[in-house]
Each structure stands twice: as structure tokens, then as C-alpha cells.
Design a protein around this ligand. Structure first.
Ligand code: SAM
Ligand code: SF4
Length: 326
């Protein structure tokens, strides 16, 4: 098992399969972003080897993200390789859903168990405004394909002030009255190039609870407020689904954090909101043995930071969200 110096058991790895994306969400990346050359990204065999090492260190849960993981070549094969690695218990994916129409079934057959699909609004005009390029109907096709393929589905919405913080949030929350989905609202976090924009737009959980309950009735806390992953769950009266809030900025959940992240270019990032990273790509390509890599990973995990410093205006500037893997 892998422990950090605060006694947290780190057993969940999120892997960014690519920094590339078929959308350009306003809070995630600038429209004219330049992506890394493919040779700088972890290759399929390198991902497989690192997953074997992490699984040997007690990592059990793996989530593929990006950028957009479904635009990565060989994504189905990569899922199959990860799912087939001894020790791996869960393989999940965070995706914008645009390509799930075609990929959900083969991904499920390869061993993918769950998808978190991002959908910030049900309104097409606003969806285009937030994603710059997207068509919300394609996301719905992806959601239905994921359900038909038997994948567990959760919906994620980042809330942006003056884009989707009012009726859109209510429309999304209303879905839980008819579906057993978890609809989760994510507080916007500041990163790199788009930090100013993000800081201007944070909408707190408190404000969202008030907006939703004013239109749809009271929200009751689920499971005595115990976190489900990183989400605090609520339920509308008689709703089969649940409403979650992921409030990393205003209500950080560092004490229960079990996560580490592998960036698309092979850096181990210990906290989403801190710049500290450990280079795994260079030793991997310089012929490091498994024991060397294990030592590097264990030392990195040990140094995992506690807490973001956004309140002191320390903003992670070294990367965009799409490179880290949200
Ligand atoms: N492309 C996939 C997607 O959009 O689901 C996976 C990668 S995306 C970076 C992962 C998650 O991070 C998405 O739910 C996205 O909405 C969220 N995200 C992106 N930028 C964010 C930001 N600045 N603050 C909070 N969440 C953000
Ligand atoms: Fe792409 Fe996801 Fe970032 Fe949107 S949030 S630009 S879909 S990586």
C-alpha cells in the first residue's frame, strides 16, 4: 500500500490519456491552445507498464481522463490492458461524451465500468457558449449509449457565473426527479492561462443549494453528509437520483483524498491544485527498472501536499486543467 506523510492511503490514480480535446470549454483551455507533440506523451506500452507498477503498489481504482480520453488512438485497447492488470479493481472514465455513441459498447466490453459525462447545460445555445464548439445532442446520444452498454453513469456540470448558474442548474437538478443518475455540480477552479476568468466566476455550493431548492423544493442531505468520492450528496423529495456538489475551492476534502494523477506527459501530480509533480517519463525512457520507478513513486506519494492555497492567491499556473486530467 502507498501512504503519504499524513497517513493517507493513496490508491486511486487518474490518468490523462491526452491533452487534446474535441471541445474548448471556456474554463478549461483557451481556444487557440497548442497541444504537445505525440512523442512527448506517454505511449500505450508506457501507460501499461506504469499501471502495473501502480497496481503493485496497492492502487486499485483507475480513471481515464484528459483532455478528452476518447480522442486518444487505441483507447479501447488501453482500457482493456488496464482492466486486465492484476490488482486493478475499477476502471472508470471522465468524458465529454461526444464519441460515446460509437465507443461506449466496445469500451464496456474492454472492461470499462463507469463514465462521468460532462454536461454543463441542457440548452444548446448555452452549451455552445461554454464549450465553444459543442452540440448538446451529441452528449445525449453518448449518455444513452453508455446506459445501453451497461456502464454506470454520473453527470458532471462545472458551474460558471452568468453562463449556467441559474435555470441551467435547476434543469440539470430536475433530471434526478426522473432518473437514478447522480448529477454533480463542480466548483470552478483556477488554473494556468484561464485563471482570471475562473476566479471571477466561482459559484459556491451554498448559492447553488439555494437556487435549486427555491425552484424544486428542499434538498435533504444523503448519508449524513458523508462524501461519495469527492461529492457531498443531496436528494430532492421522492427523487430516484441524487445531486452532488464537488466544492474543492470552498470546502476542500483533503483529509479524505486518496488520489494521485498521471499527466499525459508522464508526470505524477500529487494534488490537482498544487504545482508539485514528479517526472516519471524521463526515467522510464532512460531505462529505469521497476525498483527504481517504485522508489520514485513512493517518494513522490510520501510528499503529497495537504490543501490548496487559493485563499493566499497561490494558483497553479504550470498547467491547464486539460493537461493534468480533471
Ligand atoms: N474532457 C473530459 C470532460 O470534459 O469530462 C475529461 C477531462 S476534463 C478536464 C475533466 C473534468 O474537469 C470535467 O468534468 C470538466 O468539466 C472539469 N473541469 C475542467 N476545467 C475545470 C475547472 N477550471 N474547474 C473545475 N472543473 C473543471
Ligand atoms: Fe475538453 Fe473536457 Fe476541457 Fe471541455 S473540460 S475542453 S471537454 S478537456
Amino acid at each position: 500500500m502507498s501512504f503519504d506523510r499524513f497517513g493517507r492511503n493513496i490508491n486511486y490514480l487518474r490518468i490523462s490519456l491526452t491533452d487534446k480535446c474535441n471541445l474548448r470549454c471556456v474554463y478549461c483551455m483557451p481556444e487557440d491552445i497548442t497541444f504537445r507533440p505525440r512523442a512527448e506523451l506517454l505511449q500505450d506500452d508506457e501507460i501499461e507498464r506504469l499501471v502495473q507498477i501502480f497496481a503493485g503498489l496497492g492502487f486499485r481504482k483507475f480513471r481515464l481522463t484528459g483532455g478528452e480520453p476518447t480522442v486518444r488512438a487505441n483507447v479501447v485497447d488501453i482500457v482493456g490492458r488496464i482492466a486486465g492488470t492484476p490488482g486493478v479493481q475499477t476502471v472508470a472514465m471522465t468524458t465529454n461524451g461526444l464519441l460515446l455513441d460509437k465507443l461506449a459498447q466496445p469500451l464496456a466490453e474492454a472492461g470499462l465500468q463507469r463514465v462521468n459525462i460532462s454536461i454543463d447545460t441542457l440548452n444548446q445555445a448555452k452549451f455552445k457558449k461554454v464549450t465553444r464548439w459543442g452540440d448538446v445532442e451529441d452528449v445525449w446520444d453518448g449518455i444513452h449509449a453508455a446506459q445501453e452498454a451497461g456502464l454506470g453513469v454520473k453527470l458532471n456540470a462545472v458551474v460558471v457565473r452568468n453562463y449556467n448558474d441559474k435555470e441551467d442548474v435547476v434543469d440539470l437538478a430536475r433530471l434526478t426527479l426522473h432518473q437514478s443518475w447522480q448529477v454533480r455540480f463542480i466548483e470552478m477552479m483556477p488554473f494556468g492561462d484561464v485563471a482570471d476568468f475562473q476566479q471571477a466566476g466561482v459559484v459556491s455550493q451554498e448559492e447553488l443549494v439555494a437556487t435549486i431548492s427555491a425552484k424544486l423544493g428542499p434538498l435533504s442531505v444523503v448519508n449524513y453528509g458523508r462524501l461519495d468520492g469527492e461529492a457531498q450528496l443531496y436528494r430532492l423529495e421522492n427523487a430516484p437520483g441524487a445531486i452532488g456538489f464537488i466544492s474543492s475551492v470552498t470546502q476542500p476534502f483533503c483529509a479524505s483524498c486518496t488520489r494521485a494523477r498521471l499527466t499525459a506527459d508522464g508526470r505524477l501530480r500529487l494534488c490537482l491544485l498544487r504545482e508539485k509533480e514528479v517526472d516519471l517519463l524521463t526515467p522510464l525512457r532512460n531505462g529505469a527498472g521497476d525498483d527504481d520507478l517504485i522508489t520514485i513513486i513512493e517518494e513522490g506519494v510520501w510528499q503529497k501536499p495537504w490543501g490548496h492555497k487559493l485563499g493566499e492567491d497561490v494558483i497553479p499556473l504550470n498547467r491547464a486543467m486539460s493537461e493534468i486530467g480533471g
